[in-house]
Ligand binder design. Sequence first.
Ligand SMILES: CC(=O)SCCNC(=O)CCNC(=O)[C@H](O)C(C)(C)COP(=O)(O)OP(=O)(O)OC[C@H]1O[C@@H](n2cnc3c(N)ncnc32)[C@H](O)[C@@H]1OP(=O)(O)O
Ligand SMILES: O=C([O-])CC(=O)C(=O)O
Length: 370
Amino acid sequence: MTATKGLEGVIAANSTISSIIDDKLTYVGYDIDDLAENASFEEVVYLLWHRRLPNKVELEDFKIQLANNAEIPNEVIEQLKAYPKNVHPMAILRSAISVLGLYDEEADEQTSEANYRKAIRIQAKIPTVVTAFARIRQGLEPVAPRKDLGFAANFLYMLKGEEPDEIAVEAFDKALVLHADHELNASTFTARVCVATLSDIYSGIASAIGALKGPLHGGANEQVMKMLTEIGDIDHVESYINEKFANKEKIMGFGHRVYRQGDPRAKHLKVMSEKLTKLTGEPKWYEMSVKIEELVTSKKPLPANVDFYSASVYHSLGIEHDLFTLIFAVSRTSGWLAHIMEQYENNRIIRPRAEYVGPGKRPYVPLEER
Ligand SMILES: CC(=O)SCCNC(=O)CCNC(=O)[C@H](O)C(C)(C)COP(=O)(O)OP(=O)(O)OC[C@H]1O[C@@H](n2cnc3c(N)ncnc32)[C@H](O)[C@@H]1OP(=O)(O)O
Ligand SMILES: O=C([O-])CC(=O)C(=O)O
Protein backbone atom coordinates (compact mmCIF):
# COMPACT_ATOMS: atom_id res chain seq x y z
CA MET A 1 0.00 0.00 0.00
CA THR A 2 1.27 3.49 -0.85
CA ALA A 3 -0.52 6.70 0.05
CA THR A 4 -1.21 9.37 -2.57
CA LYS A 5 -0.62 12.67 -0.80
CA GLY A 6 -3.81 14.71 -0.81
CA LEU A 7 -5.53 11.84 -2.70
CA GLU A 8 -4.46 13.51 -5.96
CA GLY A 9 -5.97 11.76 -8.96
CA VAL A 10 -7.81 9.21 -6.82
CA ILE A 11 -11.33 8.43 -8.07
CA ALA A 12 -13.36 8.08 -4.88
CA ALA A 13 -16.97 8.03 -6.16
CA ASN A 14 -19.18 7.68 -9.20
CA SER A 15 -21.40 10.70 -9.65
CA THR A 16 -23.95 12.01 -12.16
CA ILE A 17 -23.90 15.59 -10.82
CA SER A 18 -20.98 17.56 -12.24
CA SER A 19 -17.84 16.83 -14.20
CA ILE A 20 -14.49 18.48 -14.91
CA ILE A 21 -12.83 17.09 -18.01
CA ASP A 22 -9.99 18.88 -19.84
CA ASP A 23 -10.65 22.05 -17.82
CA LYS A 24 -14.34 22.05 -18.87
CA LEU A 25 -16.93 22.16 -16.11
CA THR A 26 -20.43 20.82 -16.68
CA TYR A 27 -23.41 20.41 -14.37
CA VAL A 28 -25.32 17.27 -15.44
CA GLY A 29 -23.93 17.70 -18.96
CA TYR A 30 -24.66 21.46 -19.30
CA ASP A 31 -21.63 23.64 -19.89
CA ILE A 32 -20.99 26.13 -17.08
CA ASP A 33 -20.68 28.93 -19.68
CA ASP A 34 -24.24 28.26 -20.89
CA LEU A 35 -25.58 28.06 -17.37
CA ALA A 36 -23.76 31.22 -16.25
CA GLU A 37 -25.24 33.17 -19.16
CA ASN A 38 -28.75 31.75 -19.12
CA ALA A 39 -29.81 29.96 -15.96
CA SER A 40 -31.00 31.27 -12.61
CA PHE A 41 -29.64 29.79 -9.37
CA GLU A 42 -33.00 28.13 -8.63
CA GLU A 43 -32.91 26.45 -12.06
CA VAL A 44 -29.41 25.16 -11.34
CA VAL A 45 -30.38 23.80 -7.93
CA TYR A 46 -33.29 21.97 -9.54
CA LEU A 47 -30.90 20.63 -12.19
CA LEU A 48 -28.42 19.36 -9.59
CA TRP A 49 -31.11 17.66 -7.54
CA HIS A 50 -33.23 16.22 -10.37
CA ARG A 51 -30.53 15.78 -13.06
CA ARG A 52 -32.67 17.68 -15.57
CA LEU A 53 -33.71 21.28 -16.13
CA PRO A 54 -37.18 22.19 -14.85
CA ASN A 55 -39.97 23.32 -17.16
CA LYS A 56 -41.76 26.60 -16.40
CA VAL A 57 -44.34 25.11 -14.04
CA GLU A 58 -41.75 23.00 -12.20
CA LEU A 59 -39.45 26.00 -11.77
CA GLU A 60 -42.26 28.19 -10.45
CA ASP A 61 -43.27 25.47 -8.01
CA PHE A 62 -39.64 24.97 -6.90
CA LYS A 63 -39.23 28.70 -6.27
CA ILE A 64 -42.44 28.72 -4.22
CA GLN A 65 -41.19 25.80 -2.14
CA LEU A 66 -37.94 27.63 -1.42
CA ALA A 67 -39.74 30.89 -0.61
CA ASN A 68 -42.25 29.11 1.68
CA ASN A 69 -39.43 27.50 3.68
CA ALA A 70 -37.12 30.49 4.05
CA GLU A 71 -38.13 31.56 7.56
CA ILE A 72 -36.01 30.26 10.43
CA PRO A 73 -37.31 29.33 13.89
CA ASN A 74 -37.21 32.04 16.56
CA GLU A 75 -35.08 29.72 18.66
CA VAL A 76 -32.35 29.90 16.00
CA ILE A 77 -32.56 33.71 15.90
CA GLU A 78 -32.25 33.78 19.69
CA GLN A 79 -29.15 31.54 19.43
CA LEU A 80 -27.64 33.83 16.80
CA LYS A 81 -28.19 36.75 19.18
CA ALA A 82 -26.43 34.86 21.97
CA TYR A 83 -23.35 33.88 19.95
CA PRO A 84 -20.15 35.94 20.34
CA LYS A 85 -20.02 38.64 17.66
CA ASN A 86 -16.28 38.68 17.10
CA VAL A 87 -15.77 35.09 15.94
CA HIS A 88 -15.49 34.15 12.29
CA PRO A 89 -19.00 33.98 10.78
CA MET A 90 -18.17 30.63 9.13
CA ALA A 91 -17.90 29.21 12.67
CA ILE A 92 -21.28 30.78 13.41
CA LEU A 93 -22.78 29.23 10.28
CA ARG A 94 -21.35 25.81 11.11
CA SER A 95 -22.92 26.03 14.58
CA ALA A 96 -26.22 27.53 13.38
CA ILE A 97 -26.78 24.71 10.87
CA SER A 98 -26.48 22.23 13.73
CA VAL A 99 -28.97 24.26 15.75
CA LEU A 100 -31.33 24.37 12.77
CA GLY A 101 -31.23 20.56 12.73
CA LEU A 102 -32.40 20.48 16.36
CA TYR A 103 -35.65 22.13 15.29
CA ASP A 104 -36.27 19.90 12.27
CA GLU A 105 -38.61 17.12 13.36
CA GLU A 106 -37.51 14.99 10.40
CA ALA A 107 -33.76 15.45 11.08
CA ASP A 108 -33.14 11.73 11.58
CA GLU A 109 -35.73 10.44 9.09
CA GLN A 110 -33.77 8.71 6.34
CA THR A 111 -36.25 8.15 3.48
CA SER A 112 -35.53 9.75 0.07
CA GLU A 113 -38.71 11.83 0.41
CA ALA A 114 -37.78 13.12 3.87
CA ASN A 115 -34.23 13.86 2.71
CA TYR A 116 -35.56 15.86 -0.24
CA ARG A 117 -37.89 17.86 2.03
CA LYS A 118 -34.93 18.60 4.33
CA ALA A 119 -32.82 19.62 1.35
CA ILE A 120 -35.46 22.21 0.39
CA ARG A 121 -35.62 23.48 3.96
CA ILE A 122 -31.83 23.77 4.36
CA GLN A 123 -31.32 25.47 0.99
CA ALA A 124 -34.20 27.86 1.70
CA LYS A 125 -33.07 28.76 5.21
CA ILE A 126 -29.33 29.12 4.83
CA PRO A 127 -29.50 32.69 3.37
CA THR A 128 -31.81 33.69 6.22
CA VAL A 129 -29.32 32.37 8.79
CA VAL A 130 -26.35 34.13 7.17
CA THR A 131 -28.08 37.48 6.75
CA ALA A 132 -29.67 37.36 10.22
CA PHE A 133 -26.27 36.94 11.87
CA ALA A 134 -24.69 39.60 9.63
CA ARG A 135 -27.29 42.08 10.88
CA ILE A 136 -27.39 40.95 14.50
CA ARG A 137 -23.65 41.48 14.91
CA GLN A 138 -24.14 45.06 13.73
CA GLY A 139 -26.82 45.61 16.36
CA LEU A 140 -29.63 45.43 13.77
CA GLU A 141 -32.76 43.28 13.74
CA PRO A 142 -32.87 40.45 11.16
CA VAL A 143 -35.01 41.14 8.09
CA ALA A 144 -37.63 38.46 7.33
CA PRO A 145 -37.47 36.79 3.89
CA ARG A 146 -39.96 37.97 1.26
CA LYS A 147 -41.99 35.51 -0.79
CA ASP A 148 -42.13 37.75 -3.87
CA LEU A 149 -38.34 37.90 -4.33
CA GLY A 150 -36.13 35.30 -6.00
CA PHE A 151 -33.30 33.56 -4.12
CA ALA A 152 -30.53 36.03 -5.05
CA ALA A 153 -32.66 39.16 -4.55
CA ASN A 154 -33.94 37.87 -1.22
CA PHE A 155 -30.41 37.33 0.08
CA LEU A 156 -29.35 40.89 -0.73
CA TYR A 157 -32.66 42.27 0.57
CA MET A 158 -32.32 40.44 3.91
CA LEU A 159 -28.69 41.51 4.22
CA LYS A 160 -29.20 45.21 3.54
CA GLY A 161 -32.85 45.70 4.50
CA GLU A 162 -33.62 47.32 1.14
CA GLU A 163 -34.49 45.94 -2.27
CA PRO A 164 -31.35 45.48 -4.38
CA ASP A 165 -31.09 46.88 -7.91
CA GLU A 166 -31.26 44.66 -10.97
CA ILE A 167 -27.51 44.76 -11.68
CA ALA A 168 -26.68 43.57 -8.17
CA VAL A 169 -29.24 40.75 -8.34
CA GLU A 170 -28.00 39.60 -11.73
CA ALA A 171 -24.37 39.56 -10.58
CA PHE A 172 -25.14 37.80 -7.32
CA ASP A 173 -27.32 35.21 -9.05
CA LYS A 174 -24.53 34.47 -11.54
CA ALA A 175 -21.99 34.10 -8.73
CA LEU A 176 -24.32 31.59 -7.05
CA VAL A 177 -24.65 29.62 -10.31
CA LEU A 178 -20.87 29.52 -10.74
CA HIS A 179 -20.21 28.22 -7.20
CA ALA A 180 -23.03 25.66 -6.98
CA ASP A 181 -21.16 22.41 -7.53
CA HIS A 182 -17.69 21.19 -8.29
CA GLU A 183 -17.38 17.43 -8.38
CA LEU A 184 -15.48 15.90 -5.45
CA ASN A 185 -13.92 19.03 -3.92
CA ALA A 186 -12.80 18.88 -0.28
CA SER A 187 -16.06 20.05 1.32
CA THR A 188 -18.27 17.87 -0.87
CA PHE A 189 -16.08 14.86 -0.14
CA THR A 190 -16.35 15.70 3.57
CA ALA A 191 -20.15 15.80 3.31
CA ARG A 192 -20.20 12.43 1.54
CA VAL A 193 -17.85 10.81 4.07
CA CYS A 194 -20.05 12.07 6.90
CA VAL A 195 -23.38 10.85 5.56
CA ALA A 196 -21.93 7.56 4.30
CA THR A 197 -21.99 6.49 7.97
CA LEU A 198 -25.75 7.05 7.62
CA SER A 199 -25.50 10.15 9.76
CA ASP A 200 -28.09 12.86 9.02
CA ILE A 201 -28.10 15.65 6.41
CA TYR A 202 -27.52 18.43 8.97
CA SER A 203 -24.34 16.69 10.15
CA GLY A 204 -23.24 16.39 6.51
CA ILE A 205 -23.78 20.10 5.83
CA ALA A 206 -22.15 21.18 9.11
CA SER A 207 -19.07 19.05 8.28
CA ALA A 208 -18.93 20.49 4.77
CA ILE A 209 -19.09 24.07 6.11
CA GLY A 210 -16.16 23.22 8.38
CA ALA A 211 -14.13 22.02 5.39
CA LEU A 212 -15.07 24.98 3.17
CA LYS A 213 -13.95 27.43 5.87
CA GLY A 214 -10.22 26.75 5.32
CA PRO A 215 -8.15 29.23 3.27
CA LEU A 216 -6.97 26.52 0.87
CA HIS A 217 -10.62 25.99 -0.11
CA GLY A 218 -13.59 28.42 0.16
CA GLY A 219 -11.83 30.65 2.68
CA ALA A 220 -9.53 31.84 -0.10
CA ASN A 221 -12.00 34.49 -1.38
CA GLU A 222 -11.79 36.43 1.88
CA GLN A 223 -7.98 36.11 1.81
CA VAL A 224 -7.91 37.53 -1.74
CA MET A 225 -9.68 40.67 -0.54
CA LYS A 226 -7.29 40.86 2.41
CA MET A 227 -4.40 40.74 -0.05
CA LEU A 228 -5.94 43.44 -2.28
CA THR A 229 -6.50 45.66 0.74
CA GLU A 230 -2.96 45.09 1.99
CA ILE A 231 -1.52 45.97 -1.43
CA GLY A 232 -3.76 49.02 -1.54
CA ASP A 233 -2.46 50.52 -4.77
CA ILE A 234 -1.61 49.22 -8.24
CA ASP A 235 1.94 50.57 -7.88
CA HIS A 236 2.58 48.19 -4.98
CA VAL A 237 1.41 45.03 -6.76
CA GLU A 238 4.75 44.04 -8.26
CA SER A 239 6.83 44.29 -5.09
CA TYR A 240 4.12 42.54 -3.05
CA ILE A 241 3.83 39.58 -5.44
CA ASN A 242 7.61 39.32 -5.90
CA GLU A 243 8.04 39.18 -2.15
CA LYS A 244 5.40 36.45 -1.83
CA PHE A 245 7.20 34.35 -4.42
CA ALA A 246 10.59 35.04 -2.83
CA ASN A 247 9.22 33.86 0.53
CA LYS A 248 7.57 30.83 -1.14
CA GLU A 249 4.20 31.97 0.20
CA LYS A 250 1.00 31.05 -1.61
CA ILE A 251 -0.97 33.69 -3.43
CA MET A 252 -4.59 33.30 -2.58
CA GLY A 253 -7.01 32.77 -5.45
CA PHE A 254 -4.45 30.98 -7.64
CA GLY A 255 -3.87 27.33 -8.39
CA HIS A 256 -6.23 24.41 -8.43
CA ARG A 257 -5.94 20.68 -7.90
CA VAL A 258 -7.88 19.83 -11.07
CA TYR A 259 -7.61 22.77 -13.49
CA ARG A 260 -4.33 23.11 -15.31
CA GLN A 261 -4.90 25.74 -18.03
CA GLY A 262 -7.62 27.75 -16.33
CA ASP A 263 -10.75 27.73 -14.21
CA PRO A 264 -13.69 28.27 -16.61
CA ARG A 265 -15.62 30.19 -13.94
CA ALA A 266 -12.94 32.83 -13.42
CA LYS A 267 -13.55 34.61 -16.75
CA HIS A 268 -17.22 35.23 -15.85
CA LEU A 269 -16.25 36.66 -12.49
CA LYS A 270 -13.55 38.76 -14.15
CA VAL A 271 -16.11 40.39 -16.47
CA MET A 272 -18.42 41.01 -13.51
CA SER A 273 -15.57 42.46 -11.48
CA GLU A 274 -14.69 44.93 -14.23
CA LYS A 275 -18.29 46.06 -14.60
CA LEU A 276 -19.12 46.32 -10.90
CA THR A 277 -15.91 48.00 -9.76
CA LYS A 278 -16.44 50.66 -12.47
CA LEU A 279 -20.04 51.17 -11.37
CA THR A 280 -19.02 51.64 -7.73
CA GLY A 281 -16.25 54.06 -8.70
CA GLU A 282 -13.53 51.73 -7.42
CA PRO A 283 -11.97 50.29 -10.61
CA LYS A 284 -8.70 49.90 -8.74
CA TRP A 285 -9.76 46.55 -7.27
CA TYR A 286 -10.24 45.13 -10.76
CA GLU A 287 -7.12 46.78 -12.16
CA MET A 288 -4.99 45.49 -9.28
CA SER A 289 -6.47 42.01 -9.72
CA VAL A 290 -5.62 41.99 -13.43
CA LYS A 291 -2.06 43.04 -12.68
CA ILE A 292 -1.71 40.35 -10.00
CA GLU A 293 -3.04 37.75 -12.43
CA GLU A 294 -0.57 38.83 -15.14
CA LEU A 295 2.34 38.70 -12.74
CA VAL A 296 1.47 35.38 -11.10
CA THR A 297 0.79 33.60 -14.39
CA SER A 298 4.02 34.98 -15.88
CA LYS A 299 5.98 33.35 -13.05
CA LYS A 300 4.22 29.99 -12.66
CA PRO A 301 1.46 28.10 -14.48
CA LEU A 302 -1.04 28.95 -11.76
CA PRO A 303 -4.43 30.00 -13.15
CA ALA A 304 -6.74 32.31 -11.22
CA ASN A 305 -9.44 30.18 -9.60
CA VAL A 306 -13.08 30.90 -8.78
CA ASP A 307 -12.11 32.68 -5.55
CA PHE A 308 -9.90 35.31 -7.18
CA TYR A 309 -12.28 37.66 -9.00
CA SER A 310 -15.24 36.79 -6.77
CA ALA A 311 -13.52 38.82 -4.03
CA SER A 312 -13.77 42.15 -5.89
CA VAL A 313 -17.28 41.21 -7.10
CA TYR A 314 -18.59 40.68 -3.55
CA HIS A 315 -16.75 43.76 -2.31
CA SER A 316 -18.45 45.81 -5.03
CA LEU A 317 -21.81 44.46 -3.93
CA GLY A 318 -21.12 46.04 -0.54
CA ILE A 319 -20.69 42.73 1.27
CA GLU A 320 -18.44 42.57 4.33
CA HIS A 321 -15.25 40.65 3.59
CA ASP A 322 -15.65 37.98 6.26
CA LEU A 323 -19.02 37.04 4.73
CA PHE A 324 -17.51 36.09 1.35
CA THR A 325 -17.02 32.43 2.24
CA LEU A 326 -20.55 32.26 3.63
CA ILE A 327 -21.88 33.26 0.22
CA PHE A 328 -19.85 30.42 -1.24
CA ALA A 329 -21.48 28.13 1.36
CA VAL A 330 -24.99 29.37 0.51
CA SER A 331 -24.41 28.38 -3.12
CA ARG A 332 -22.36 25.19 -2.57
CA THR A 333 -25.05 23.90 -0.17
CA SER A 334 -26.97 23.00 -3.33
CA GLY A 335 -24.09 20.82 -4.53
CA TRP A 336 -23.49 19.33 -1.07
CA LEU A 337 -27.16 18.40 -0.85
CA ALA A 338 -27.13 16.83 -4.32
CA HIS A 339 -24.07 14.76 -3.38
CA ILE A 340 -25.49 13.80 0.02
CA MET A 341 -28.70 12.53 -1.61
CA GLU A 342 -26.65 10.69 -4.25
CA GLN A 343 -24.54 9.09 -1.52
CA TYR A 344 -27.62 7.89 0.39
CA GLU A 345 -29.10 6.39 -2.78
CA ASN A 346 -26.13 4.07 -3.33
CA ASN A 347 -24.36 4.02 -0.02
CA ARG A 348 -21.32 2.24 1.29
CA ILE A 349 -19.31 3.55 4.25
CA ILE A 350 -16.21 5.46 3.06
CA ARG A 351 -13.23 4.04 4.84
CA PRO A 352 -9.84 4.15 3.10
CA ARG A 353 -6.63 2.86 4.63
CA ALA A 354 -3.53 4.63 5.98
CA GLU A 355 -0.02 3.41 5.37
CA TYR A 356 1.61 3.10 8.80
CA VAL A 357 5.00 4.85 8.81
CA GLY A 358 5.54 5.10 12.59
CA PRO A 359 7.99 3.19 14.83
CA GLY A 360 8.24 -0.61 14.56
CA LYS A 361 7.05 -3.08 17.19
CA ARG A 362 8.49 -2.35 20.64
CA PRO A 363 7.94 -3.54 24.22
CA TYR A 364 5.72 -1.58 26.59
CA VAL A 365 7.76 0.37 29.17
CA PRO A 366 6.17 0.63 32.65
CA LEU A 367 5.44 4.22 33.75
CA GLU A 368 8.03 4.25 36.56
CA GLU A 369 10.77 3.24 34.11
CA ARG A 370 10.12 6.10 31.62
C1 LIG B 1 -12.91 26.93 -4.32
C2 LIG B 1 -11.55 26.44 -4.16
O1 LIG B 1 -11.29 25.73 -3.25
S1 LIG B 1 -10.41 26.87 -5.32
C3 LIG B 1 -8.88 26.90 -4.44
C4 LIG B 1 -8.86 28.01 -3.44
N1 LIG B 1 -7.58 28.07 -2.72
C5 LIG B 1 -6.65 29.00 -2.98
O2 LIG B 1 -6.79 29.87 -3.82
C6 LIG B 1 -5.41 28.91 -2.12
C7 LIG B 1 -4.13 28.98 -2.95
N2 LIG B 1 -3.97 27.80 -3.74
C8 LIG B 1 -3.48 26.64 -3.20
O3 LIG B 1 -3.14 26.58 -2.01
C9 LIG B 1 -3.35 25.42 -4.08
O4 LIG B 1 -3.14 25.79 -5.42
C10 LIG B 1 -4.60 24.50 -3.99
C11 LIG B 1 -4.92 24.16 -2.53
C12 LIG B 1 -5.80 25.15 -4.60
C13 LIG B 1 -4.30 23.21 -4.75
O5 LIG B 1 -3.32 22.53 -4.06
P1 LIG B 1 -2.48 21.31 -4.63
O6 LIG B 1 -3.15 20.70 -5.79
O7 LIG B 1 -2.16 20.43 -3.48
O8 LIG B 1 -1.17 21.99 -5.18
P2 LIG B 1 0.15 22.26 -4.34
O9 LIG B 1 -0.15 23.07 -3.13
O10 LIG B 1 0.84 20.95 -4.14
O11 LIG B 1 0.94 23.14 -5.38
C14 LIG B 1 1.77 22.66 -6.44
C15 LIG B 1 2.89 23.67 -6.65
O12 LIG B 1 2.35 24.95 -7.01
C16 LIG B 1 2.62 25.91 -6.00
N3 LIG B 1 1.39 26.66 -5.75
C17 LIG B 1 0.13 26.18 -5.74
N4 LIG B 1 -0.73 27.17 -5.50
C18 LIG B 1 0.01 28.29 -5.35
C19 LIG B 1 -0.33 29.62 -5.07
N5 LIG B 1 -1.62 29.98 -4.91
N6 LIG B 1 0.66 30.52 -4.98
C20 LIG B 1 1.95 30.15 -5.16
N7 LIG B 1 2.33 28.89 -5.42
C21 LIG B 1 1.37 27.97 -5.52
C22 LIG B 1 3.01 25.12 -4.76
O13 LIG B 1 3.82 25.86 -3.90
C23 LIG B 1 3.71 23.95 -5.38
O14 LIG B 1 4.97 24.36 -5.80
P3 LIG B 1 6.24 23.36 -5.78
O15 LIG B 1 5.86 22.22 -6.68
O16 LIG B 1 7.35 24.20 -6.26
O17 LIG B 1 6.38 22.93 -4.35
O1 LIG C 1 -12.75 21.62 -6.71
C1 LIG C 1 -11.97 22.04 -5.84
O2 LIG C 1 -10.94 21.44 -5.50
C2 LIG C 1 -12.25 23.30 -5.14
C3 LIG C 1 -13.63 23.82 -5.34
O3 LIG C 1 -14.53 23.53 -4.60
C4 LIG C 1 -13.89 24.67 -6.47
O4 LIG C 1 -12.98 24.96 -7.24
O5 LIG C 1 -15.06 25.10 -6.63
